[in-house]
Design a protein around this ligand. Structure first.
Ligand code: SF4
Ligand code: SF4
Length: 460
């Protein structure tokens, strides 16, 4: 295949050849086969993941009410926002790296918009027939047959949308309960409402908006050209070989024509509705459907394959500064994630002084200060804590019983500290030791102990 020069400035903004509804011709070639396997795997993971159990509970769950995200042994709280930021940054860099090498393969092979659009198209082809029959049906006036076919198609689309929305909601509401409640119409109104909302979004997106989401709404399609360079693998038409295009019979003379027989199959299978022979276009999602369609034509005419193919304009030496920068960024982010996981404590503890009263004198004439201990148990186990004073033997605590904190519970305990010997300073530091009995792990929290000025004067 002759070299095709690809420069970011070559990615032109050509709008699809057909602005109205695109009737996607079904394709079954090499790339479509692999996309189908990949999509079945991804959809299965999406639906089944919420049913995975860990320690008798759902392994992955965003609990919006409790503001927690459970991920196997970890229960993350808003205080753990750092890890979410790292995950998003890592995903962004991974996407940049993949896009730089393989173009918009995310869009073409794994983006939910593409997966659901092609899934809905598959249903449409099964019920309405091929793309031409579908077009004919739409051009017909209303009749019973048309109404029956359309009702059947939209019923299946709605059923898929409901399943999609239920699967999505099961990341936010216990999966088994959700499916039971929805199927028995006993789900809370809020849950039913959100499920219907997401079902509506799926139905409108995959059934009606389709490629317009990628063309006019998704920001990624707008800036992806900035990530391309001459080593990016992009779907391109080899115009040197293909032109001048023109129809002909199989095994007939070419009469000076190129390999393109102008069958337009590459246009008919394109979910973005573009003609890749017009040059690179920002709407192209690198899905490879036109490659499959054209290769079949090339095969029938006994021409070499890949008149349309995944092409790099240059030879990738792999030694580009950008690659190294992306690689270093990814290694740094992954290291930060491991470090965060290693150092993360499953206890949040703080001690706050009673701000209303600095101190008080008890019946024995000793100074007392009051405090509130806040303990958050971020683990999935009940924890028992002991509180003590780490830096003084002359102070006693009013709280001696162990403190029991249930999984996910934030426990507030008020207690006082009594100075058995009058402190020598108006303010002295007191260190509290909070010991997790099961793990024999101790957290030290320092704060202040206030004394009485008159008591200090009388001592002096
Ligand atoms: S031009 Fe080809 S690769 Fe690009 S979106 Fe259309 S079918 Fe997919
Ligand atoms: S499928 Fe191939 S031969 Fe047919 S029009 Fe497209 S580029 Fe030309």
């Amino acid at each position: 295949m002759a070299t095709v020069k690809v420069r970011p400035e070559d990615v032109i903004s050509v709008f699809p050849v057909e602005e109205s509804k695109i009737y996607i011709r079904e394709e079954t070639g090499f790339y479509q086969k692999w996309r189908r396997y990949l999509n079945i795997l991804l959809i299965s993971v999406f639906i089944l993941l919420p049913f995975v159990q860990y320690g008798g509970e759902q392994a992955i769950l965003f609990d919006v009410g409790q503001q927690t995200f459970t991920f196997f042994a970890y229960v993350l709280y808003p205080q753990d926002l750092m890890i979410f930021a790292l995950v998003f940054i890592l995903a962004a860099f991974a996407l940049f790296l993949v896009t730089r090498h393989y173009g918009r393969v995310w869009c073409g092979f794994t983006c939910p918009q593409t997966i659901w659009t092609l899934g809905f198209n598959w249903v449409e082809r099964r019920i309405e027939g091929n793309h031409n029959q579908s077009r004919q049906l739409d051009s017909q006036a209303f009749n019973v047959k048309k109404a029956t076919i359309k009702t059947a198609k939209h019923s299946v689309w709605i059923a898929i949308s409901m399943l999609t929305a239920t699967a999505f909601m099961s990341y936010f509401y216990p999966a088994i309960t959700l499916y039971q409640e929805l199927f028995t119409f006993s789900a809370p109104a809020l849950i039913t409402g959100w499920t219907l909302f997401f079902a509506g979004c799926t139905y409108i997106n995959a059934g009606w908006i389709r490629e317009k989401m990628c063309l006019h709404i998704c920001p990624y399609s707008r800036f992806q050209a900035a990530m391309f360079d001459k080593n990016t693998s992009l779907v391109t038409y080899d115009s040197e070989r293909g032109e001048s295009r023109g129809p002909r019979k199989r095994n007939a003379e070419r009469h000076g024509k190129g390999d393109c027989v102008d069958c337009k199959l590459c246009v008919q299978v394109c979910p973005a509705g573009i003609d890749i022979r017009e040059g690179l276009q920002y709407a192209c999602i690198n899905c490879g459907l036109c490659v499959d369609a054209c290769n079949k034509v090339m095969d029938k005419f006994n021409y070499k394959p890949n008149l349309i193919g995944f092409t790099r304009a240059g030879k990738d030496s792999g030694r580009h500064v950008t690659n190294w920068l992306y690689g270093v960024a990814i290694v740094v982010i992954v290291s930060a994630m491991f470090s965060w996981a290693y150092n993360r404590s499953d206890i949040e503890a703080s001690i706050v002084r009673d701000r209303n009263i600095l101190y008080r004198e008890n019946n024995a004439g000793h100074i007392e200060n009051s405090y509130t201990l806040a303990l958050l148990n971020k683990s999935r186990l009940t924890k028992v804590f002991e509180l003590s004073i780490a830096n003084s033997d002359s102070m006693t605590l009013s709280l001696t019983d162990p403190i029991i904190v249930l999984p996910g519970e934030k426990r507030m305990v008020t207690f006082s500290v009594e100075a058995l010997i009058a402190p020598s300073k108006m303010q002295s530091e007191v260190e509290f030791a909070i010991r997790d009995k099961a793990r024999d792990q101790t957290i030290i929290r320092p704060t202040l102990f206030f004394s009485s000025e008159s008591l200090l004067k009388s001592k002096s």
